[in-house]
Ligand binder design. Structure first.
Ligand code: CTP
Ligand code: MG
Length: 240
């Protein structure tokens, strides 16, 4: 059944899905790869559509797959689909151009974070609504981190307590994200990084292990196992 989005919602969610998925290995664009019989993109969009304040979803599709993505998402939720670009930042910029000015909050997500719970999407949006111009969901870093020189010699051990790994969706006031993208020079910077460069304070909310980025083959195995988990303690399946 197609989800209804909230016509009075104040949030647009951009879902870049145009990447090749090189690290996942052969098998086509990653967002269109299957997880329990549905594409990563379908899993991701279904969870975005379940977040109560979302009014608009814009997907940046692989340029050759725009029509296929439209057809695939039609039974899931109403979405706008635009062609993505060579770098993620270009895909985000194309999607951002489709957001009307009256939508105050824009979230930038990854199709690859296919199991991100709707609650995380709402939590990021709520922090922006409460007055934060730029918000990122984060997790503590679990491994010891070393700085290493090009010859493999350890230069030092980084203080892990000050480090966080960053997930999506990253949330912004619409005007802040638009200005940050307009000023963007470096295609390798994430959206929050663009805001940082523009001098915007970026704040954190707790992320979720379910919002892991499916990047390598093992991640796909783990995600499949999570979807099959009988207890479903963290409400991985959606709808529950
Ligand atoms: N993405 C995009 N346009 C690009 C590159 C990436 O829309 N030109 C999207 C991907 O589809 C993904 C998200 O950005 O949903 C995060 O990127 P990543 O996990 O790196 O995905 P891929 O680029 O597809 O994977 P890889 O880097 O292994 O090729
Ligand atoms: Mg990539």
């Amino acid at each position: 059944m197609t989800a209804q989005l909230n016509p009075r919602g104040d949030v647009a969610v951009l879902v870049p899905a145009a990447g090749a998925g090189v690290r996942l290995g052969p098998g086509g664009p990653k967002a269109l790869r299957l997880l329990s019989g549905e594409s990563l993109l379908v899993h991701a969009v279904r969870r975005v559509a379940a977040a109560a304040s979302v009014r608009l979803i814009v997907v940046a599709a692989p340029p050759a797959g725009v029509d296929a993505v439209r057809a695939q998402l039609a039974p899931v939720a109403p979405v706008v689909v635009v062609p993505g670009g060579v770098h993620r930042q270009e895909s985000v910029a194309s999607a951002l151009a489709a957001v009307p000015p009256e939508i105050a909050i824009v979230l930038v997500h990854d199709a690859a974070r296919a199991l991100t719970p709707p609650e995380q999407i709402e939590a990021v949006a709520a922090a922006v609504r409460a007055g934060r111009p730029a918000v990122i969901p984060v997790l503590a870093v679990v491994d010891t981190i070393k700085e290493v020189d090009p010859d493999g010699y350890v230069r030092g051990t980084v203080d892990r307590s000050a480090l966080r790994s960053v997930q999506t969706p990253q949330g912004f006031r619409h005007d802040v994200l638009a200005a940050a993208h307009a000023a963007a020079a470096d295609p390798l910077t994430d959206d929050a990084g663009l805001a940082e460069k523009a001098g915007i304070p970026v704040t954190c909310v707790p992320g979720s292990e379910l919002a892991m980025k499916i990047t390598r083959p093992l991640d796909l195995v783990l995600a499949e196992a999570l979807l099959r988990a009988p207890q479903d303690p963290a409400r991985v399946r959606w709808p529950p």
